[in-house]
Design a protein around this ligand. Sequence first.
Ligand code: BGC
Length: 751
Amino acid sequence: MRGLLLTLSLFNPFTFLPLTAQVYLDESQPLEQRVEDALRRMTLDEKIAIIHAQSKFSAPGVKRLGIPDMWTDDGPHGVRPDVLWDEWEQAGQTNDSCVAFPALTCLAATWNPQMARIYGESLGEEALYRGKAMILGPGVNINRTPLNGRNFEYMGEDPWLASRMVVPYVQGLQSKGVAACVKHYALNNDEEYRHQVNVIVSDRALREIYLPAFEAAVKEGGAWAIMGAYNLYKNQHNCHNEILLNRILKQEWGFDGVVVSDWGGAHNTDEAVRNGLDLEFGTWTDGLTMGATNAYDNYYLALPYKKAIQEGRYTTKELDEKVRRVLRLHFRTTMNRQRPYGFLCSEAHYDAARKIAGEGIVLLKNEQHVLPIQQNAKVLVVGENAIKMMTVGGGSSSLKVQHEVLPLDGLQSAPNSQFTIDYARGYVGDTVQSYNGVTVGRSIAESRTPAELRAEAVEKAKQADVVIVFGGLNKSDFQDCEGHDRRQYELPYEQNELVEALAKVNKNIVFVNISGNAVAMPWIDKVPAVVQGWFLGSEAGNALADVLTGRVNPSGKLPFTWFRQLSDVGAHSLNTYPGTWREGHDVIDEEYKEDIFVGYRWADLSAKRKKEMLTAHRSPLTAYRSTPLFPFGYGLSYTTFDVTVNGHEGGADVSVTVTVKNTGKVAGAETVQLYVGPNKPDNSRPVKELKAFQKVWLEPGESKTITLTASRQSLSVWDEAAGQWTFIPGTYRAYIGTSSNTNSSFKLNLL
Ligand code: BGC
């Protein structure tokens, strides 16, 4: 027997160590040895306990072993205020007011991975101060339809852009010893019916469009946690989905972290045991809804699982694997003694929030140099969004901030400004400003009718040199908010009528759209300037004022295609949204018929090909005409740039050398974008796809030469028959531009 033990211990050096040597507490020991040492000390009850929640946002540690509880919190734009132990209502702490960073669409619009790094680091410091080991974010679901109520939390429509931005966010956050929990894995591309949607998608679209940002977060970013999505894929909920979790995430990508269920996303003990869920949160069991004191014991991975093990239905193989992953998370976070200190609301965090916001704001239109605002101008500010807080609302990303600078206040206190400002409400949107007990102090109640408000704004506009309308959406239900999608592409609250009326009396209208999504702009030709202002967080007003006054030269670029109308969007023109209910109304099948042609990939398709697809899918639409209002990757500056391609190389990788020159009078930044596609587009691949980009800062007159490189791997396609990535050698076409709408292209031979 002794001989056998010795032999076995050669194979597994951890199992037979004397229990007295507390390897798991020794940070000089390799991570895996610490994990095994802790694991073998744990009882069945302790193992079961650490794989499910004990409160809304915490899971227990192992007190006996000195492993602390694991506290987590939303994410992704700031650290959510603490809620009560087992209720969603906020706990009413006085030390949990945070800095709100700009929503992730804005971060993506910076096209600057350094901003993502700073974002992650700053958020990590706030999380540390607040005692959170894991932040529920970032979100990288693809913007497939502008109706998705949660697009503002994500990084746009393009897998390459989202991948480049998510990696530094994850690394920055985790450099502080706080885990990123990347969400919502996967195919959670609309909110309406998010619990019932069964997504039907080709393997190719899954791999080429919907998974790359998750894959990058895991393989390059080294994410320590990932959150399963609510919806289903191949008829299985994604929180315990064999293909997505076991096969792709864990086996193929080698993910060694924790799969966390979205809150209430687990539905079944057997699937949760076998299909890769590691940590269960938020389940709405009967026990919970009845308010039972031991509600958490009813979780799928709690007593039902323990009982099944005791009855011999499972060995502890799966359990041990889950526990290992949770222990790893503890050693990386709660038990990491090297973690730095946390800071809440530090000056550096506000600076980061303002800088990211300033870099992400997109100047969409600026005729006759209406912007920046001229000194001495008489400025009229119009619109509810100039005075409404946007950090409260929108669902789980809602925050309690130490301060949020409103757009009107930001303009009024803009440094060195000599313009005068008047204000008119113009329209009423939603005057309720509270979420989970966080209530905004300043009332925006308004009793006048829409007609009266419009009339007042029009009268004042007649006297103004420039009219800046702050409109858009507002994170209320159906207006960019979790839980529902938008019901319409049009602006709500009679804003179109307002803009039309103002444009009749004043030529210098600037529309600042506050949203995480594109909206219809039927009046676009009557308005000389449009700014995409996102949901910008604590420094919103300052950042907007920076750009509107020219203190900051805008350099943001759209992370999605801005279609003119909903029927121009692939998913909608093919009539695939929101899907088809099955009998019994339990599941709604949503087939992604546009396949890999999402966003600009759809816009780029020839009219002929679109028509063929419309016919094949029996869409009620028959013709297809319009081009996007603003293309993906687009954004203007107060200066001008010249972009010249100096040379390029094919071979194994694509490499293009480009010189960018600032030909205007103020310093600014331009983002040069490299797209690659087949030399002769044949509809088997997108006409072109983003493969590299770089943001370049230039003083007036200055030039810089940069090289953009796309690797062979990034040019591969998913071969459905072989189930692997494959590179197809041949003649390609590379496009260089400052948006996806570019004609500068050249042929390349790739081996
Ligand atoms: C959301 C998640 C969030 C969780 C916890 C869920 O409803 O989908 O994104 O992290 O709640 O608040």
